[in-house]
Structures are given as structure tokens and as C-alpha cells.
Design a protein around this ligand. Structure first.
Ligand SMILES: [Zn+2]
Length: 339
């Protein structure tokens, strides 16, 4: 998948706006400091002349008595810089008040480094290209802040706690520890919810996340693979799929599986494993069913490289529905497991 011209221009316009805002803020702060600290302005006014002298002395150009030796002029510039910092501090400003940092320190909010797309550009690109998954919307409602144990008890609760803490650990240690998760178990036990919680944490820490239901993922892969005109689209799509920081495949097993899909799944998991990119899979399939449905090599990849967490319990969606009905009919159901 690739950006349209319009989408590309939109991103570039965003960068221009960021650069303009930064420039304006820098000018505002400079004017404010000049107004508040006249000595600061006097020092700043001296800098160009001292700098020219420094340049002359470096180049060995004599300009009357004005040029000093580099050994003398350089400390003079440093002295001015130090005095400016002192002035800012003594007037209650941070010493880097006039240095307005770009949002992206890697590319300075230009979107490119040496002609290649910066990481921040790729993040935007993925957000736009994969917006169909509504991940940005999902993470607003499904995140660790609202994660609730209210729907579990006994063994189900124990399993849920173990899985939830693994998800928190994955998000917290994402840059240090390479992990993959396989969340499996019965329908409606919070597997997708947990994977979206991880997504929210990673999006917030500036990682690229692609979220797909298995059905949508394999639909797209089939569409591009069987269309000879879509070679470039396929190349670009698989590059994103194999290269994003976190890939979430939700509801594995709900797609119509065949040999092609099984092979695609293996390639995807394998490519990501080789480049040490993490994947989270949620599924209603048991391990045995997964092995039968896909292949031994998919089974072996997952059982060897993934942390496996089984979730059990009643279907939370059904519980919620019952609670809503009970609430509207006035009977006070507890917010605990209902069987
Ligand atoms: Zn950047």
C-alpha cells in the first residue's frame, strides 16, 4: 500500500506547519528575552562580529588589529555563550529557553534523513494507510486504564491476571525485550481487548503498530498476490507488514484458511521473527486446532517463539448485554461473573 499524492502532500504540509510554529515560538521567546534582559541583547549583538573575527583568524586573514588568534577569540565566544546562559538563569528562565526543540529530534521535523523517510514519517504513513482498522478509535476505549477484572473469577481470573501482566510487561519492556504473544481461548474472554491495550501503550511511545483482523489481513494479501498489476502494492504492503514495530493479528482462524493463507501466515511470522519484530496473535483456536488448520511449521514457530496465554470464562459481551438488560428492567445484577 502506498500513499496517494494528496496524502503525501498532507504529511509534508504537517511538517512545514511544525517548522513554522517552532520558528515563531523561537522568535517570540527571543523578543521576550531581549525586552526583559537588555544585557542579553547587547551580548547577542556582539556575536556576529566576534564570530567573523574568529573565522578570519581561523583562515589566517589579517584585518588590521581586529583579528585575534583563534586561541583568544574562541574563548571569547564561549564566554558570551556562558554569560547568556547565566543571564537567563538569573532571570528565572531555563538556560535553553531559546532552543525550541523539534518534535522529532531525528529529522528536525523535516520528515527525511539523508533523503530517506524518517521514522516519524513512517509512523504517519502507517496511521493513514491502515486507518481502516480504526485502531486509533479502539485504543481510546480499550486500554490498561479501564482494564477490569470484574468479569472473571476463580481459575478464569487467575488466567486473566497472568495474561494481563504479560501484556503490560510486553508494552513496558518493548524496546529491551523481544517478545511475541499468543492469546488463545474461548470467545469473548478479553483477548482482543488485551492486544489493543498493548497497541495503545506502543502508539503513545511512538512505535508503529498495524492491527488487522485475520480475515481482513488475508483478504488483502490474496487481493494483491493474485493481481499481476498490484506487484508494487504487494511489495509495499508486505514491507509494512513485516517491518512495523508491532503487528497484531486478531481473531486468527476466522478467515477461510487454505494452503495459500497458511503459507502467507508462516512467511509473515517468519519474516518478523528474523527481523525481531514483535507480533501479538489472538485466536479462539486451541493449540491443536491451530496445528491442524495451518501447518506444523506455523505450529512450531508459534509454540517455540511465542509466550502462550490461555484465557477462559464466559463471553464478556454476553455478560455486558445481560447487565444492560437487567439494569434497564431494574433488577440489580452484580458486576461479577454470571453463569
Ligand atoms: Zn523524524
Amino acid at each position: 500500500m502506498a500513499l496517494t499524492r494528496e496524502q503525501y502532500d498532507d504529511i509534508m504540509r504537517g511538517y512545514m506547519q511544525k517548522q513554522n510554529r517552532r520558528h515563531q515560538l523561537r522568535m517570540q521567546r527571543r523578543d521576550e528575552v531581549y525586552r526583559e534582559i537588555p544585557e542579553f541583547k547587547a551580548l547577542a549583538d556582539q556575536v556576529p562580529e566576534v564570530a567573523v573575527n574568529y573565522l578570519h583568524s581561523r583562515l589566517g586573514i589579517k584585518e588590521g588589529e581586529r583579528s585575534g588568534s583563534p586561541a583568544l577569540v574562541r574563548p571569547e565566544l564561549e564566554k558570551i555563550a556562558e554569560r547568556k546562559k547565566e543571564l537567563l538563569r538569573s532571570h528565572g528562565y531555563p538556560e535553553d529557553y531559546l532552543l525550541v526543540a523539534p518534535e522529532c529530534p531525528l529529522c528536525g521535523d523535516t520528515g527525511f534523513i539523508d533523503g530517506r523517510k524518517c521514522r516519524c514519517f513512517k509512523l504517519k504513513e502507517i496511521e493513514i494507510l491502515y486507518s481502516h482498522s480504526h485502531l486509533q478509535e479502539l485504543v481510546k476505549e480499550q486500554n490498561f486504564d479501564v482494564l477490569s477484572e470484574a468479569y472473571y473469577e476463580g481459575e478464569d481470573l487467575r488466567r486473566f491476571r497472568i495474561a494481563a501482566s504479560a501484556c503490560r510487561r510486553m508494552a513496558a519492556e518493548f524496546d529491551e525485550v523481544f517478545r511475541n504473544l499468543y492469546l488463545y481461548g474461548t470467545v469473548g474472554t478479553g483477548k482482543s481487548f488485551l492486544s489493543i491495550c498493548i497497541a495503545r501503550e506502543l502508539l503513545e511511545s511512538g512505535h508503529s503498530v498495524i492491527y488487522f483482523s485475520a480475515a481482513a489481513l488475508f483478504d488483502k494479501l490474496s487481493m494483491y498476490s493474485f493481481d499481476p498489476k498490484a506487484r508494487e502494492e504487494l511489495r509495499s504492503f508486505t514491507a509494512d507488514l513485516y517491518g512495523c514495530d508491532l503487528l497484531i493479528i486478531d481473531d486468527l482462524g476466522t478467515e477461510l484458511t487454505n494452503q495459500f493463507i497458511s503459507a502467507q501466515l508462516f512467511t509473515c511470522l517468519n519474516e518478523r521473527h528474523m527481523s525481531r519484530k514483535s507480533t501479538v496473535i489472538s485466536t479462539n483456536l486451541s493449540l491443536k486446532e491451530m496445528q491442524t488448520r495451518y501447518s506444523d511449521r506455523v505450529f512450531s514457530r508459534i509454540t517455540n517463539d511465542y509466550e502462550l496465554y490461555k484465557l477462559t470464562g464466559s463471553d464478556i459481551r454476553v455478560l455486558k448485554r445481560r447487565q444492560r438488560t437487567a439494569a434497564s428492567s431494574g433488577s440489580g445484577l452484580r458486576q461479577t461473573k454470571i453463569t
